[in-house]
Design a protein around this ligand. Sequence first.
Ligand SMILES: Cc1cc2nc3c(=O)[nH]c(=O)nc-3n(C[C@H](O)[C@H](O)[C@H](O)COP(=O)(O)O)c2cc1C
Length: 324
Amino acid sequence: MPKRLQTRLTELLDIEHPVLLAPMDRIAGGALAAAVTSAGGLGLIGGGYGDADWLEAQFGAAGNQAVGVGFITWSLAQRPELLDQVIAHSPAAVMFSFGDAEDMVCKTRDAGVRTIWQVQRLEQARQALGAGTDIIVVQGQEAGGHGMDRGLMSLLPAVRDLAGDDQAIVAAGGLADGRGLAAALMLGGDGVLMGTRFWASAEADGAEADKAELAKAEGDRTVRTKVFDLARGLDWPWHYTGRVVHNAFSEKWHGDIEGLKGDLAAQQAAYAGSAPDDFETRVVIGGEAVDLIDSVKPAAEIVQETVAQAAALLSGAGARLATE
Ligand SMILES: Cc1cc2nc3c(=O)[nH]c(=O)nc-3n(C[C@H](O)[C@H](O)[C@H](O)COP(=O)(O)O)c2cc1C
């Protein structure tokens, strides 16, 4: 039974397994990124909205493992010096999501660092290709956290058709095990980037109670919404929504965004004042893949199980071919 999958992604990044850790804001810290790299994938620290001291501490926590960093592009545009700070660490790659990253890709590439651009639509993939990014992550609407409206199933092969054979392409959104990895490879991807699955890992930063909520949640109970960006005072471009586990707060406001805007100061105060374990108010960010997660596991186990299951499925696929 083969134990490794060799793809454009493993070749380009010189990694053993085609599995990337999504750069989840504050959740993908240095310890989790290092654990994924050490297991043979590539860990990306979640640079999120940008905090110089936190980023520095995460490189320290990653130790001597090769890790990358992901930024929220529109937020990085307001604090461009953070990109210089990260490039100075010679990261394995820098990933940009949510906005026009062309100048950032050029700057990062000129510094000799691999670039990753996460896209949600075909038109964004055209932009990423035009900028010459090394890797495109195609994110489907199933994904946890921010994203847009296209499903992965048709968007991924469409981006492959657009990009041609030489481009490294990674699938994201709703993928949490070897079935997702095998399917991603069949749809034209060269690997997967997983967020929700690694959020429910031992090394993820964040409360254990939040991880337990993820393990309990069902995909039916996730929703793409603007509610928690408004409640947390985050100034996201309006076309991006965030997939979260639905709770009483989102149920109340999801269908009444104008009402929430009309009472914003009071609702923001109520949200900020809610207890950390008040899961009917506070957001737990997670995608449809929560259906596939029933326990918190070490990151290395997640990588190994994902790859082994995908390899087994791909090895056995020929048995479905009828000979007559
Ligand atoms: C808790 C959480 C936080 C996230 N934060 C970020 C982020 O800061 N930057 C980013 O580019 N993507 C972020 N994402 C989205 C991921 O990059 C990725 O597209 C997504 O996790 C893939 O779908 P999945 O969650 O089904 O694996 C986040 C996802 C989750 C679940």
